[in-house]
Write a protein that binds this ligand. Structure first.
Ligand code: ATP
Length: 308
């Protein structure tokens, strides 16, 4: 649904983006992560046909940004990082105004506006003035606006920025709903943990360069250099700890909340021998799990050296 090759935008000597390659299939949710000025908005504006690249190719829904911009605009919903709302306009009037711009006519217009308002949980604000909405509600209204023409592809530029934790969670919930509807979504953010549980693919951009571009699963594998196990032992856990410590593929053993926290040596992920040795020595295991990797740590590990 989205393909970019060598996409580059220069402003004078500055590369806002440099040789970006992207490939998103239908139903993909792509988290586009990077700090301020990394090139996220530039990339999205090019895909939305609002800005021409200096060179490179890009296709949305199979349409070229150079020769088929009108076709692209029909199938995308682009939500910029900042957008204005009009004074003295009610929520429903605001949506009807944009629905009219999409040439949605007659009874269908009101019906579609009501449907998208319900989808973003703003039905109860239908008659409120747009200027009276909170920032979180305004963001949800912005999303409603780009959903009016039922686009297949959504380009959402920092939809959660500036929101309080509750409003961020609401936006995430909404994105999950859109994902379940089969939309292809590109969503940008400064922070990986905010997006990782709703995305299947992640791109990490810094100073115009895409440093990472793969699935969330691969990202996790890449940053997971060490496996950490939590082992519960019924009975003498000290003896079990001593036994484990002797193993060549264990780096350290800590007692943690009545259980053992076992760090395997780097690159070692198979712990079948370890569990067998414990059982053979007569220990009974009440628990054997791998510790979940912390996304914040993962992100910091991956961008270490890039941002410094
Ligand atoms: N019209 C312009 N003229 C000159 N430089 C520009 C222009 N637009 C963007 N840039 C530069 O291009 C780079 C990328 O900007 P861009 O807005 O794409 O970053 P971003 O990742 O979206 O940042 P933010 O998170 O702050 O929105 C920045 O260095 C920015 O200053």
């Amino acid at each position: 649904m989205i393909e970019a090759r060598d996409l580059t935008k220069k402003y004078g000597e500055l590369y806002a983006i440099h040789k970006i390659d992207l490939k998103l299939e239908r139903g993909d949710v792509f988290g586009f992560i990077g700090p301020n000025g990394a090139g996220k908005t530039t990339t999205m504006r090019i895909l939305a046909t609002l800005l021409n690249p200096t060179w490179g190719e890009a296709y949305v829904g199979g349409y070229s940004i150079y020769s088929k911009p009108k076709e692209i605009r029909r199938i995308i919903g682009y939500m910029p990082d900042f957008f204005g709302v009009y004074d003295n306009m009610k929520v429903i009037e605001y949506l009807e105004f944009f629905a009219a711009a999409y040439r949605i006519k007659g009874a269908a217009r009101r019906k579609i506006c009501d449907e998208v308002l319900e989808l973003v949980d703003l039905g109860y604000k239908r008659e409120a003035l747009v200027t009276s909405l909170s920032r979180g509600m305004t963001q949800r209204l912005g999303l409603a606006r780009v959903l009016l023409h039922d686009p297949q592809v959504l380009l959402l530029d920092e939809p959660a920025s500036g929101l309080d934790p509750r409003a961020r969670i609401e936006i995430r919930g909404l994105l999950k709903e859109l994902r379940n509807m089969g939309k292809t979504i590109m969503v940008s953010s400064h922070i990986l943990p905010e997006l990782a549980d709703i995305c299947n693919k992640v791109g990490i951009i810094e100073r115009g360069e895409l440093h990472y571009n793969d699935t969330v699963d691969e990202l996790m594998k890449l940053v997971r250099q060490q496996t950490v196990l939590r082992i519960g032992i019924a009975g003498n856990s000290d003896a079990a700890a001593k036994l484990i410590e002797q193993s060549s593929y264990v780096e350290k053993v800590e007692a943690h909340e009545g259980q053992l926290r076992v760090t395997l040596t780097t690159g070692e992920h198979d712990y079948s021998e370890l569990s067998k040795a414990l059982v053979d020595a007569g220990h009974r295991l009440t628990r054997l799990t791998e510790e979940e990797i912390n996304l914040e740590t993962a992100f910091m590990a991956l961008t270490k050296g890039i941002t410094s």
